[in-house]
Design a protein around this ligand. Structure first.
Ligand SMILES: *Cc1c(COP(=O)(O)O)cnc(C)c1O
Length: 434
C-alpha cells in the first residue's frame, strides 16, 4: 500500500496506522486463494452472457407496458434468462416479490396443500421462515394454520442425515427443504457437492418428494447451482447475490415448470399464473445486475476471506474457516460479547458510502426472534450484497459479515470495524503489535 493511500486512511478515515499495517500483513495470507475465486467468477460470467445471447436479449426488451402487463417482453425475457442460468425448465422473477422470505413463502404456499408435510432437512431454517411456517411467533396466516405439518431434521457433522431423512418421509411428505447458506447459525454453508450427494441418495429411494433449496447468498459461489444437481425448486433474493447490487428489488424462483406454475398461481391467481404482472421498468437493472453478479460476488467473497484471516489471527472462531470451501458470501465471526457485535457493526456502517453517519443500535426487527443489530449503508436499501453486517444479540454472539461491491470497500469495512473495536477497548491493541 503506498503512502498516499495510508494517508487517506489515517487522516480522512481516522484509522490507526498500526491497524492498517496489521490488515495489510494478514492480507498476504489470502492472496493465493483469490486465484480460485477468479476462476469461478470467469466461468459464471461466461455462463450469464451465454444465457443472455441464447435468449436473444435486445434493447427493446427494456421497454415495459402498463395495466395487466400482458406481453411485457422484458418480464418474459428476464424469466427465460434466469431459467437458462440456473438450468431449469422455468423461472418466476418479479420486482414485486418483496424479499427472499417472500420468494420462499410463495414457493411453500404455492406447492403445499392442507395435511401435506414439510421437512426441513438442514435443521432449523432461517429466522423469518420459522414465522412463515408457524414454529415461531404465532403469526396469523402461517403454514401450520393452514394444516401443513412440519418437522425438522438437524445436520450431523454439518451433513444432511440422509438415513434419518429417508426414514422420516411418510405418504404426506411433500417438500424437503434444504438451506444452503449459514443463515444465523454457526455452521458453514453446504457445498454443491454435499447437496448433490444428499439429493442423489434421497432420489434413488424416493423420486416423488420435492426437494427445495433456499439459495439465498449462494448464487455464483461455485460453478454449479443446486438446480444443476437434481433440486426441483429453488428460491432467492434479488437484493442479494443475483441482483449484483443493481437490481432495485425482487425475488426469483426457478425449477420444474409444473411447480413454477403452482407458485405463479399463488403469486397472481389461478388462471393468470405468469401471464401478467408489471415490471415497472425494472428489466434493465434486473438484467444488468445479473450480468455483474459473478464479478460482484467474487469481490464480496474476497472481502469475507479478509474478515476471516484478520479475526482468526486475533484468536476468534471464524465460520467458515480459512481453508473451508465457500458456498455462500457470509463470514461469521464469534465475537463472544454483545458489545463487540454492536461495535463491529458500527465500524462497518462508518465505512459505508451511504448513511455512514448513522450509528446502528440493536432492535426488535420484524420477522426476527432476538434483537438484531444491522449495519447497512447500501445504494439499495437493505441490500446485503453491498457491504453489510448483522448479528442477533444472542449467545455465542456471532456477527455475520457479508457483501461489498468492491474488494477495496470490503477492506475499508475491515479496517473501520477493527479500529472501532480497538478504540472502544474491546480488543487489546497489543494484540496487533509485534
Ligand atoms: C436472507 C435470507 C433469507 C431471507 O431473505 P430476505 O430477503 O432477508 O427476506 C432466507 N434464507 C436465508 C438463508 C437468507 O440468508
Amino acid at each position: 500500500m503506498d503512502k498516499l493511500t495510508i494517508n487517506i486512511l489515517c487522516k480522512q478515515f481516522g484509522i490507526d496506522e498500526s491497524i492498517i499495517d496489521y490488515v495489510n500483513e494478514k492480507e498476504k495470507y489470502i492472496l493465493d486463494k483469490f486465484k480460485e475465486i477468479d476462476k469461478i467468477k470467469e466461468y459464471n460470467q461466461y455462463k450469464v452472457i451465454h444465457a443472455m445471447q441464447e435468449c436473444r436479449l435486445t434493447s427493446t426488451d427494456f421497454n415495459w407496458t402498463t395495466g395487466y402487463g400482458y406481453g411485457d417482453m422484458g418480464r418474459e425475457k428476464v424469466e427465460e434468462i434466469y431459467a437458462k442460468v440456473f438450468n431449469t425448465e422455468d423461472a418466476l422473477v418479479r420486482p414485486t416479490i418483496a424479499s427472499g422470505t417472500h420468494a420462499l413463502a410463495l414457493t411453500l404456499s404455492g406447492i403445499l396443500r392442507p395435511s401435506d408435510e414439510l421437512i426441513a432437512i438442514t435443521g432449523a431454517p432461517y429466522d423469518t421462515l420459522q414465522k412463515v411456517i408457524g414454529v415461531k411467533g404465532d403469526m396469523p396466516g402461517n403454514l401450520m394454520e393452514f394444516g401443513i405439518k412440519y418437522k425438522e431434521i438437524p445436520l450431523v457433522n454439518n451433513s444432511i442425515d440422509v438415513d434419518r431423512v429417508l426414514n422420516s418421509i411418510s405418504n404426506n411428505t411433500k417438500i424437503l427443504l434444504i438451506q444452503r447458506s449459514t443463515g444465523y447459525s454457526d455452521r458453514r454453508a453446504l457445498t454443491i457437492e454435499e447437496i448433490e450427494t444428499a439429493v442423489k441418495a434421497i432420489k434413488a429411494v424416493n423420486d416423488e418428494v420435492i426437494i427445495m433449496v433456499d439459495n439465498c447468498y449462494g448464487e455464483f459461489l461455485e460453478n454449479r447451482e443446486p438446480t444443476d444437481v437434481g433440486v426441483d425448486i429453488m428460491a432467492g433474493s434479488l437484493i442479494k447475490n443475483p441482483g449484483g447490487g443493481i437490481a432495485l428489488s425482487g425475488g426469483y424462483i426457478v425449477g420444474k415448470s409444473n411447480l413454477v406454475q403452482l407458485i405463479a398461481n399463488r403469486l397472481t391467481s389461478p388462471g393468470l399464473g405468469k401471464e401478467c404482472g408489471l415490471t415497472f421498468g425494472t428489466t434493465r437493472s434486473t438484467l444488468q445486475g445479473l450480468f455483474l453478479a459473478p464479478h460482484i460476488v467474487s469481490e464480496a467473497v474476497k472481502g469475507a476471506l479478509l474478515v476471516a484471516v484478520v479475526y482468526k489471527e486475533l484468536g476468534f472462531n471464524v465460520v467458515p474457516d480459512l481453508d473451508d470451501k465457500r458456498s455462500d458470501i457470509i463470514q461469521g465471526v464469534q465475537l463472544n460479547s454483545p458489545e463487540r457485535v454492536v461495535e463491529f457493526c458500527r465500524g462497518i456502517q462508518a465505512a459505508s458510502a451511504v448513511d455512514s453517519f448513522i450509528v446502528p443500535e440493536a432492535w426488535e426487527m420484524p420477522g426476527y426472534e432476538d434483537k438484531v443489530v444491522m449495519a447497512a449503508g447500501g445504494f439499495i436499501d437493505g441490500s446485503s450484497i453491498e457491504l453489510s453486517a448483522d448479528g442477533p444479540i444472542r449467545e455465542p454472539y456471532f456477527v455475520y459479515y457479508q457483501g461489498g461491491l468492491t474488494y477495496e470497500h470490503c477492506k475499508l469495512g475491515v479496517l473501520k470495524s477493527l479500529n472501532n473495536l480497538i478504540e472502544n477497548n474491546l480488543i487489546d491493541i497489543n494484540k496487533i503489535k509485534k
